[in-house]
Design a protein around this ligand. Structure first.
Ligand SMILES: Cc1cc2nc3c(=O)[nH]c(=O)nc-3n(C[C@H](O)[C@H](O)[C@H](O)COP(=O)(O)OP(=O)(O)OC[C@H]3O[C@@H](n4cnc5c(N)ncnc54)[C@H](O)[C@@H]3O)c2cc1C
Length: 475
């Protein structure tokens, strides 16, 4: 092994997704020396945009939305004139029909039929009454949905869709996920929302429009990288293999790049690598109970199939949710409805998400079979004709979602407590913290990690300033 750098990097950021890049960008703006280590050939992690023969697609359509003014400004300043405003329009495709999401009462009434619609309302009313008499928090996703939408809605839509997304029964999934994901939503609110579209107080997950870079979500990461590289380095195709520590401090990391093993030293380390992975990278290894806790936390993986179509547009939707279990995928998006620059003129593409566990049948299926299955289903559902398909691509995305099984929170707390002993290591980000973070949370988490490294809070005007925490590293 050789020491890769003659100068010791002051801040070492593990992972070049939005969290790591935001941390490194904040540190770079403040004048600190920092190196970002990323295993892939491009930055962006889950928020990257794939380029394929003139087409572009995200790993599942990514909309940027935040209620935080400073964060919004951070992204607007970074992207300057690249952002466009996209109207949101989502549908649920079920029983051969499209249903609005969020629900519109008339749509549901005609789509599901009058008896089912009345059953939905009646058992929702029963749940509300039960709720008034029985206090206490819902523990599982099933409890939460039944409480907020009633049993019939749970059985018709949520059960099948959630089990498709997570691959485990709804009564074993923690309610925390759904609480965050459709924060503040209930059947009553969805109906109120539908009746007064301009009530002014929107439920955050149901906003009508959002910002999007015209060349795909990955542009946010590209811009962060460009800014970091004005003064610092982003090392691509460099995988962190081990984290060596002594005396409650990280001393160095071992990386491998193009068949060569190297050592990177630093004073402060920020990790956005999967929490479970860094636990296993520690040398010396943590106690067995910590390794056991890490091994009980699991991720859900994703297989993305993009089907390029020789026509202007297939749908007019941002997302289409496919709950029914006889259709093997869970969601469709058409990137050209987000930005027309996502495909060559006159062509479009559909991006299909298969939720999977690494190593299962879907994950191990050949690309050719995945494409055939996808096109078959799209044709049966009436979206496209096989003859219109002019290209395709498959991307496997490991660790797309932390899997929130009941009890995960206690395991995380144990791991956070153990890692808390390292005085120069901060963990951040979605997989890094094992939290249901969206991009805004990931960016914020990276900036906060940088602030913690700098030992100070953000100025009221949003500027980052140097301080003495890393005094020895200042350029
Ligand atoms: C299908 C899907 C749809 C989504 N849609 C939205 C949306 O519409 N809006 C929204 O706001 N958010 C959305 N998100 C969430 C968003 O993608 C994440 O919040 C964000 O990308 C997380 O960034 P991160 O940097 O924390 O993690 P990651 O993107 O996972 O970054 C971690 C990085 O670490 C690297 N890495 C891992 N191991 C190593 C190693 N050993 N050595 C070196 N590097 C390593 C990885 O390659 C990766 O680049 C979606 C996520 C998914 C999966």
């Amino acid at each position: 092994m050789k020491d890769m750098f003659s100068d010791t990097a002051c801040g070492v950021v593990l992972g070049g997704g939005l969290t790591g890049l935001s941390a490194a960008c904040a540190l770079s703006r403040a004048g600190y020396a920092v190196k970002v280590i990323e295993q892939d050939a491009t930055v962006g992690g889950l928020s990257k945009t794939i380029r394929h023969n003139g087409y572009r697609f995200d790993l599942g359509g990514h909309r940027f939305f935040t209620t935080d003014r400073k964060l919004n400004q951070f992204v607007q300043d970074l992207m300057t004139d690249e952002l466009i405003t996209v109207p949101r329009s989502s549908k649920i495709f079920m029983r051969g029909k499209f249903f609005d999401y969020p629900l519109r009462p008339t749509n549901a009434l005609f789509g599901l039929g009058i008896p089912t619609s009345f059953r939905i309302l009646a058992d929702y009313a029963v749940e509300r009454i039960r709720r008034l008499m029985q206090q206490g928090r819902s523990e599982s996703l099933e409890d939460w949905v039944v409480e907020n939408f009633g049993r019939t809605m749970f059985d018709i839509y949520f059960k099948v869709y959630s089990e498709k997304v997570w691959g485990i029964p709804c009564n074993t999934i923690s309610a925390e996920w759904v609480d965050r994901r459709i924060n503040g939503l209930s059947l009553a609110k969805a109906i109120r929302n539908a009746f007064s579209r301009v009530s002014g107080r929107k439920i955050p997950t149901l906003v009508d429009e959002f910002l999007y870079p015209s060349l795909g979500i990955g542009r946010i990461s590209d811009r962060l990288k460009e800014e970091i590289e004005l003064s610092n380095m982003v090392l691509l195709e460099t995988s962190v293999e081990a984290i060596h520590h002594a005396g409650n401090a990280v001393e160095k990391i071992v990386v491998s790049s193009r068949g060569q093993t190297d050592v990177i030293t630093g004073k402060q380390f920020i990790s956005s690598l999967p929490l479970t992975r860094i636990i296993r990278m520690l040398e010396p290894a943590p106690p067995q109970r910590i390794l056991d806790a890490a091994s009980r936390l699991k991720f859900r993986d994703l297989v993305v199939v993009a089907v390029m179509v020789d026509k202007e547009r297939v749908t007019d939707q941002t997302w289409i949710y496919i709950p029914e279990s006889f259709i093997p995928f869970g969601r469709i998006h058409e990137p050209t409805n987000w930005s027309e620059k996502m495909a060559p003129e006159g062509k479009t593409l559909l991006v299909i998400e298969y939720f999977s566990f690494k190593g299962d049948r879907t994950w191990n299926e050949t690309d050719e079979n995945l494409i055939t299955t996808t096109v078959d289903h799209l044709e049966k559902l009436g979206f496209i004709r096989r003859a219109e398909v002019c290209d395709s691509a498959v991307v496997r995305v490991p660790k797309a979602y932390p899997l929130f099984e009941i009890g995960y929170h206690e395991l995380c707390k144990e791991l956070y407590a153990y890692l808390g002993r390292f005085r120069n290591l901060i963990i951040a980000g979605r997989s890094g913290m094992f939290r249901y973070y969206n991009m805004d949370h990931a960016i914020e988490s990276g900036i906060r990690a940088a602030e913690a490294v700098m030992g100070r809070e953000m100025d009221p005007d949003g500027q980052f300033r140097k301080d003495t925490f890393l005094a020895g590293c200042e350029r």
